[in-house]
Design a protein. Structure first.
Length: 98
């Protein structure tokens, strides 16, 4: 029967081998992923969406069409963010762009 010290030493050696193999496989897997991303020209947003890390939606910086117009000045507002003073506290239907 083997001693506890010998078994613990073998366990330590096996753990080190497992870690080394796991590291190598991860490295190879990542190289394959990079090759596929380059081959199919995926954007970072597409990759993150596919991983479920980011919701699909409009890309950052895209403009939104105005939804409201001030008839007196022609100023517009998309309906997002803080309302401008010309529409704040008023019925928005009268400013709606149709």
């Amino acid at each position: 029967m083997e001693s506890l010290e010998n078994l613990l030493q073998k366990q330590k050696e096996l753990s080190a081998k497992i870690d080394a193999v796991r590291h190598q496989q991860k490295k190879e897997g990542l190289a394959q992923i990079v090759a596929l991303v380059e081959q199919y020209q995926f954007s970072p947003d597409e990759v993150m969406t596919a991983l479920g890390k980011r919701k699909a939606g409009p890309k950052k910086g895209m403009t939104v069409a105005p939804k409201y117009r001030n008839p007196a000045t022609g100023a517009t507002w998309t309906g997002r963010g803080k309302p401008p003073t010309w529409i704040a506290g008023k019925n928005r239907d009268q400013f709606l762009i149709r």
